[in-house]
Design a protein around this ligand. Sequence first.
Ligand code: ADP
Length: 368
Amino acid sequence: NDRLTVCDVHLGKAEMERHAESKVIVAVRVRPLSEDEQERNEESIVFCPDEHNLLVSQEGLVERAFSFNMVFRPECSQQEIFQTTGMRKLIDMAIEGYTCTVFAFGQTGSGKTYTITGPHSLFSEDSQESELEGLMQRSVAYLLERVQHSDELFQLCASYSEIYNEQVRDLLNPWLTYSLAVRGSTTSGFYVENLSVVEFCNLEGFMTLLERGMQNRQSSSQTQNEHSSRSHSILTLYIKHTLTGAEPVAVARGKLCIVDLARGSERVKDRDSDTEKLLEETGNINRSLLTLGKCITALVDPKKRTGHIPYRDSKLTMLLSDSLGGEGITLMIACVSPTAGNLQETMNTLRYSSKAKRIKNKPVAKSD
Ligand code: ADP
């Protein structure tokens, strides 16, 4: 209605203030031993004495102790993860006009996909399978439930993109254009030029989009799993919320970004002709993860927060600058494998995650 003044607002400031202390929440999830690992009599070296502490311990000797906002034991269910990580709060905030972000991070095989989409990537009618649905499906189901039970007006849209080798690709575009330009600035915010933003109004509509994006992500390479573990994917839900009762009419535009991060530091396996390409990929992934780490470390430090944040140093951080630098909450879920064979990668993941939150890790003497 032209006669009504429309203004963009951020709602629920008081609510936000309660979160100010914990802008970045770091959770660690330890996956259970797989059947193969159990058959090989491998044992877990990662222990969760309580819901905040985690020990990496081999042959009874503590290698290192870490503290995080949340620690999830291997037996934690998908529902518990959704509930305890406070995903509902992030979605409530996105409805109120904030930009919130969830990252899953960790080495290949540590449970990132399981956490984000579950072992079955799509919604399931089967109640046993639906118990295994990941954060993405649960978040969208909760968002739709909130929207459907509200008298206010909502418009829900989604985009799904991938960053591979510092090139951005639109996973919802049938032409699969690589290297979309990223425009904007740190002050005005960055965006991907010509990225498809598609409206959905129910679960089926969202699932059709998600399925299309996932298929496009997989079909881009013959070595499907490898490709998806070497690219970052960003699913963004855009929530336009119009408060009809307010005068003038108020519009809140919030976002929820769900990011599956590639793991860069993994050793490049010998594969002759592929090695050079893999090294380049690894370099790009490492650089973007390093930049993300630098941005988060600067943002959680009140002294550095107002200074220069190096968003421009990678496409990933450019695209996440509004969520990282804004007032919304960032939830990092670090996934770790439990066995000794993964010790190095597990330590890398835990150290990286520790830096994101200024938590003092208890120094534990190595008792050898
Ligand atoms: P990533 O995405 O990090 O490469 P996946 O999510 O594909 O790893 O997990 C690797 C394997 O471990 C899959 O077979 C997955 O089903 C299983 N898995 C991961 N996390 C869990 C968990 N919390 N409970 C049961 N199985 C899990």
